[in-house]
Write a protein that binds this ligand. Structure first.
Ligand SMILES: [Zn+2]
Ligand SMILES: [Zn+2]
Length: 426
């Protein structure tokens, strides 16, 4: 049957392509049925667009409009379906990794990591995930290969079983990128370069790839893989450092963008979160992940003004530290009140009265060092003077009198004479 042929072919394209020597059987065994179906519908529609397009522009526009309408109604139908079918919660954690991005998503006890922060935060991100009880990541989405997104992913690849890496189809030219590429080979991790419209199941949530349309943009940030993640009627849009050109392509392609929560592209830089794009996203809440007093001045004044015009609540890691959104399929509950501080990064710093939250850190983009890495909750054995993660097997054996819970950085604890446990913090 024609339809199923496309489906099979599409599945091959999406999941076998470019996996070369690595084991692609595991991918096929997993339940990507829905991915196939949705991707197929999009393919079929794309064919319609091409097939029906007469030489006149009118024909193309008409087909594209149909495509967008159907795309929209598909998304609505999908939302309606999940409204009635999700239980439990999905938790989205925007980690405080200074000037960088790292998002951990948990749903039904399964985990997905979207970016991992910069080099200085790599061990923090790994420790954070371990504290959350992560052993396996169903997905690791590497938006692009800039170190403020990639470094922590390399750390996590080495620390956890990763079922599938989703990353863009271009090559970086940094040491971190080569390490990443080597690790993919060495650990035989399945990876895929996704196409716009691909849909992946993630526990009772799912996500659709919304960008990049291509991978040879003049600005590598535009090659960022972006996803729209949905759980029931709750939705999140996370597009790495995608900027103007990629946003324009998303708007033109008609891919469905409307989302409850939008993670501002490129840390709130002036070249992202363009007016037309925001019109499509219509966020209710915006998260900005940027370092307090970062050398780029993120988030930019122009961006903050555009975001303010959307009427969305603003949450910012530079002022509020870690941000956690708990979704029940209908409502989204946050760990903090929105900051709704629409000042740009520079204005916030100029106002000396603003104090950053205790979990926040100062990252100096010029020297590449951070004043301190992120704080995390540890268990101390005051007798052996060892530092443990909450999930370390040794914790159960510590005598209650010698057990102490603290939230600090490893460095702080080391100055007090403690040393990291070899079992959990190696
Ligand atoms: Zn970045
Ligand atoms: Zn970047």
């Amino acid at each position: 049957m024609f339809f199923w042929k496309i489906l099979e072919k599409r599945n091959e394209n999406v999941f076998v392509e470019k996996t070369d020597s690595i084991d692609s059987k595991k991918q096929n065994k997993k339940s990507y049925k829905k991915a196939g179906v949705f991707a197929t519908v999009l393919t079929a529609l794309a064919l319609t667009v091409t097939g029906c397009s007469s030489p006149e522009a009118g024909g193309i526009e008409q087909s594209l409009a149909d495509y967008q309408t159907q795309n929209q109604s598909q998304a609505d139908a999908q939302t309606a379906f999940y409204d009635a079918n999700v239980d439990g919660t999905m938790t989205v954690r925007f980690l405080d990794v200074g000037q960088g991005n790292s998002v951990l998503v948990e749903c039904d006890g399964r985990y997905m990591l979207i970016d991992g922060g910069d080099y200085d935060y790599s061990s923090y991100v790994v420790a954070y995930l371990k504290n959350q009880g992560v052993e396996t990541l169903d997905y690791m989405v590497v938006s692009h290969y800039d170190s403020d997104h990639l470094s922590g992913c390399v750390g996590a690849l080495r620390a956890f079983d990763v079922e599938m890496v989703i990353c863009p189809d271009y090559e970086g030219d940094t040491k971190t990128y080569y390490t990443f590429a080597d690790d993919l080979e060495q650990y035989a991790v399945d990876y895929v370069h996704p196409e716009v419209g691909d849909v992946y199941e993630f526990a009772s949530a799912e996500f659709t790839v919304v960008c990049p349309e291509e991978c040879d943009y003049s600005d590598e940030n535009d090659n960022s893989v972006g996803i729209r993640l949905t759980f029931g009627s709750n939705s999140f849009l996370v597009c790495g450092d995608a900027g103007e050109e990629s946003e324009e392509d998303m708007v033109e392609s008609g891919v469905y963008l409307q989302s409850d929560v939008y993670m501002a592209g490129h840390h709130g830089s002036a070249g992202s979160s363009t007016y037309d794009f925001l019109q499509k996203v219509q966020p209710e809440a915006v998260v900005i992940s940027a370092g307090f007093d970062n050398s780029y001045g993120h988030p930019a004044k122009a961006t903050m003004n555009r975001l303010k015009n959307t009427g969305a609540d603003i949450y910012r890691t530079d002022l509020q530290g870690e941000l956690i959104a708990v979704c029940d399929g209908t409502d989204i509950t946050w760990n903090v009140e929105p900051s709704n501080d629409f000042r740009c990064g520079e204005d916030v710093v100029a106002d000396g009265s603003v104090t950053k939250p205790s979990s926040s850190t100062t990252f100096d983009g010029n020297t590449g060092t951070s004043a301190q890495s992120g704080k995390i909750t540890y268990i101390l054995n005051t007798n052996s003077e060892k530092i443990h993660l909450l999930t370390c097997g040794s914790v159960a054996d510590i005598d209650a009198a010698n057990k102490k819970q603290v939230t600090a950085t490893i460095t702080e604890l080391e100055t007090q004479g403690y040393s990291p446990c070899k079992r959990c913090l190696d």
